[in-house]
Design a binder for this molecule. Structure first.
Ligand SMILES: CC(C)(COP(=O)(O)OP(=O)(O)OC[C@H]1O[C@@H](n2cnc3c(N)ncnc32)[C@H](O)[C@@H]1OP(=O)(O)O)[C@@H](O)C(=O)NCCC(=O)NCCS
Length: 148
């Protein structure tokens, strides 16, 4: 399965399908305009994961000074625990390294143990807790990984 997935840039035509997934996978989905901005921004990297013609995941990320910021990543429920997010994260890390970023970082809800475990398994450390980071009042951990 993993060998058959395609990771490619997100296009504006993908937006409706990606946003359907965002609404399915997050209790507090981001505004659609965030996706649109990243698709159009020169400083952002927006990817979709395709499997047999369907979009089954996506990521949003951007270059911020010497760092690379992963702002959103999700894999459709039926396809989770098959290494897809890890593969996508590895691709993002390669891009960050190729672009001479010194570190890669992200925020994650402190109760999102699946995502925290994923990031830990890839070598990310919790840097600190950011109180009330999310609009609903949830706290975030800021996690980062130093790059070679
Ligand atoms: C978090 C998420 C992206 C992980 O995607 P995934 O493709 O299932 O992740 P992987 O298969 O690459 O998982 C790699 C490792 O991460 C950890 N992990 C992933 N999901 C986990 C879960 N539900 N419970 C515990 N550990 C988990 C495990 O260590 C796993 O390795 P293993 O399957 O060999 O045990 C996915 O669960 C998701 O889309 N969740 C909803 C959206 C979300 O919360 N996004 C993150 C926002 S910060």
């Amino acid at each position: 399965m993993l060998r058959e997935i395609i990771i490619r840039p997100m296009h504006i035509d993908d937006l409706d399908r990606v946003y359907k997934l965002e609404m399915k996978l997050f209790p507090n989905p981001w505004p659609k305009s965030f996706f649109e901005n990243d698709i159009r921004s020169q400083d952002a990297i927006a990817f979709v994961v395709e499997y047999q013609g369907s979009i089954i995941g996506y990521s949003l990320s951007s270059f911020v000074n010497a760092g690379f910021h992963i702002t959103n990543i999700a894999i459709d429920k039926e396809y989770q625990r098959q290494g897809i997010a890890s593969t996508l994260m590895q691709k993002l890390e390669n891009i960050a390294t190729e672009n001479s970023c010194h570190y890669i970082y992200l925020e994650v809800r402190t109760n999102n143990t699946a995502a925290i475990d994923l990031y830990k398994s890839l070598g990310y450390d919790i840097l600190f807790k950011r109180r009330y980071y999310y609009i609903d009042g949830d706290d975030a951990y800021v996690m980062d990984k130093e790059l070679e």
